[in-house]
Design a protein around this ligand. Structure first.
Ligand SMILES: Nc1ncnc2c1ncn2[C@@H]1O[C@H](COP(=O)(O)OP(=O)(O)OP(=O)(O)O)[C@@H](O)[C@H]1O
Ligand SMILES: [Mg+2]
Length: 208
């Protein structure tokens, strides 16, 4: 079974009616941003989605995570039907399914330090607080190629590429697999090869 399976996923947005449409009582225009997409991603595999601006790439990502509720279709992650999860179960699943936003500056609160931003998911999921949260945050920063000494800096003090790495760190911090690896727990439970492939991709890609 694939780690992620998407079956016939669609997301349609109801567009705003123009003045003319409102006056004539014309129905809403529907934007079919994503229409019947099926795909599968194996553990450790990286899937690239290529297409012109506005073709629905981000919408597909949001619909898979249910950040925007899909109009129809099914998403299975590690055997669980994401589309059928209750809000608390979905919240738990979000620890393992994270989005790295396209515009990192817009998604990083300018008034919060990197420690606060990257550590927030730990607080939200009740995983760690105080010194322990700071320790985990520092570890994850180092893992994405930043330094623990940068914890108390603000987003504007970083380059665009470094800000993207802050977004990646925030996406990784609540993932239990990250800490399993760090703690050196059973190789049977995680696939170290997959980890190396993924981090290899991160370090070899150009970030700003
Ligand atoms: N909240 C929304 N309400 C209505 N329409 C939307 C909404 N979000 C996106 N759209 C429309 O859905 C389509 C797909 O948008 P999406 O953001 O998924 O594109 P994209 O492929 O990620 O583009 P880009 O490469 O520019 O990031 C676009 O036509 C966009 O205008
Ligand atoms: Mg996009």
């Amino acid at each position: 079974m694939s780690l992620l399976e998407v079956r016939d996923l669609s997301k349609h947005y109801e567009g705003r009616r123009s003045l003319g449409q409102r006056l004539t009582g014309t129905a809403h225009t529907v934007v079919r941003a994503v229409n019947g997409v099926s795909l599968a991603v194996e553990k450790g595999e990286i899937l690239g989605l290529i297409g012109e601006s506005g073709c629905g790439k981000s919408t597909l990502g949001r619909a898979i995570l249910r950040l925007h509720e899909p109009t129809s279709g099914r998403v299975t992650f590690d055997g669980s039907d994401v589309t059928a999860l209750s809000p608390p179960a979905l919240k738990a699943m979000r620890r393992r399914m994270q989005i790295i936003f396209q515009d990192p500056y817009a998604s990083l609160n300018p008034r919060r330090t990197v420690a606060d931003i990257v550590g927030l998911p730990l607080a939200l999921h009740g995983l760690a607080s105080g010194a322990r949260a700071r320790e985990i945050t520092a570890e994850v920063l180092e893992r994405v190629g930043l330094r623990a000494g940068q914890l108390d800096r603000y987003p504007h003090q970083f380059s665009g590429g470094q800000r993207q790495r802050i977004g990646i760190a925030r996406a990784l911090v609540s993932n239990p697999n990250h800490r399993l690896r760090r703690a050196g727990l059973g190789a049977g439970r995680v696939d170290p090869g997959a980890d190396h492939r993924a981090s290899g991709k991160i370090s070899s890609a150009k970030w700003g």
